[in-house]
Ligand binder design. Structure first.
Ligand code: GTP
Length: 354
């Protein structure tokens, strides 16, 4: 049981279009993509609940129905769950402001809905309150910050500078590269600084504004952290769970096969294979380092490696799929076809045999 962090409400941002995750996100919002049999965002809900959160507001936009239908009012989990929907994309800060009517006048956790982390929420709150900050950002170390928002702090852990996607000339030799980990504590004063009804980014607009008045804290940690925003990182998140790297999710071993999958005795389930419910794997098929979505079927003698298959995908007999192919829901790889990535196969598309 994690220590009670002393913040009882949270907003999870789940309204983005997940464009980098297409075609998987054509048919499902990114936070509802499955991670070994459960919607990804459910792992975040568990993490928050273990830290003492009792009310969770989902700030939705793209495909809100799937999320609300799955979680409902939260009563069955002993939680209060509410939903707001962007009238048009409001950005990450606008989407927090939109949730205000469902929040108490108290601190709130905010989580990006696409981060897998076992971050210590109680430590984040302790840092936030110790500084008397308006907002506090969790930071995570990276080797190469060029694709992220680099955050610089002073010795007390107060933000001094944000550098979005820094170029080589903006990096200081020897400095630790720490980026925004998509997990925050916000006071009511920080939320009041977000203009209403406009598209506002918390990373680019709100935090820099608050930092100018000295109000933003930041706490670095070496906890497990991964953004599942791309198919490659989504696959890596599965491999991390199998490797036992994600503190709060026990590793099921070197592969995971849903108890509701049917696997022929002669099929080879190699390391890193994650096989969803309702999947059928035929004789002599080989699967390794891959995610196979619910209801898919892998034909006799077919091979799937290093790839991500959505739901209800058909891989025909003897077909081969490898090297980061991303296959949308309901697509068909014809018998004998060979698809080597990086490539994506659209929702419902058919790849013919060569
Ligand atoms: P990409 O299109 O691939 O960049 O993905 P994304 O739309 O999810 O954007 P990004 O990864 O930057 O978003 C971080 C988190 O904020 C995700 O959990 C999104 O669901 C959420 N988010 C982003 N933009 C909005 C928005 O305009 N409204 C709401 N409600 N949530 C958002």
């Amino acid at each position: 049981m994690t220590r009670d962090a002393g913040v009882s409400q949270a907003v999870i941002l789940v309204g983005g279009q997940g464009t980098r995750m297409r075609p998987l996100t054509d048919t499902i919002p990114k936070p509802m993509l499955s991670l070994m049999g459960l919607p990804f965002v459910e792992r975040q809900v568990d993490h928050l609940q273990r830290a003492g959160v009792s009310r969770i507001v989902f700030s939705c936009g793209y495909r809100p129905r799937e999320i609300e239908e799955y979680f409902g009012d939260g009563a069955s989990r002993g939680l209060e769950m509410g939903y707001v929907v962007d009238p048009e994309p409001l950005g990450t800060a606008g989407a927090i402001a939109n949730a205000e009517e469902l929040l108490d006048d108290a601190d709130v956790f905010v989580l990006n809905g696409d981060i897998l982390t076992d971050l210590h929420l109680a430590a984040l709150v302790a840092h936030h309150r110790g500084l008397g900050a308006e907002a506090t950002i969790a930071l995570t170390p990276v080797d190469d910050p060029s694709a992220f928002g680099l955050v610089r702090t002073d010795a007390d852990g107060r933000v001094t500078e944000f550098v979005e996607k820094p170029g080589a000339d903006e990096l200081i030799p020897g400095e630790p590269y720490r980026i925004n980990a998509g997990t925050y504590v916000l006071t009511p004063a920080a939320r009041a600084a977000i203009p209403r009804g406009e598209q506002v980014s918390i990373e680019r607009d709100t935090f820099p504004l608050l930092a100018e008045r000295g109000g933003v804290g930041a706490l670095a940690s070496d906890c497990y952290w991964r953004d599942i925003g791309t198919p490659a990182s989504y696959l890596d998140a599965h491999l991390d769970v199998l490797a036992g790297a994600v503190g709060f999710i026990p590793s099921p071993g070197e592969a995971w096969v849903s108890p509701e999958a049917t696997v022929d005795g002669s099929a080879a389930i190699g390391p890193g294979a994650c096989v969803g419910p309702g999947v059928v794997i035929g004789a002599d098929a080989r699967v390794a380092s891959c995610v196979i979505g619910a209801g898919s079927s892998i034909g006799v003698g077919a091979a799937v490696e290093g790839s991500v298959l959505g739901r209800d995908v058909i891989v025909g007999d003897g077909a081969r799929v490898s090297d980061l192919v991303v296959v949308g829901d309901g697509a068909t790889i014809a018998p004998g076809a060979v698809v080597a990535g990086p490539e994506s196969v659209g929702t419902g598309a058919t790849v013919p045999a060569a």
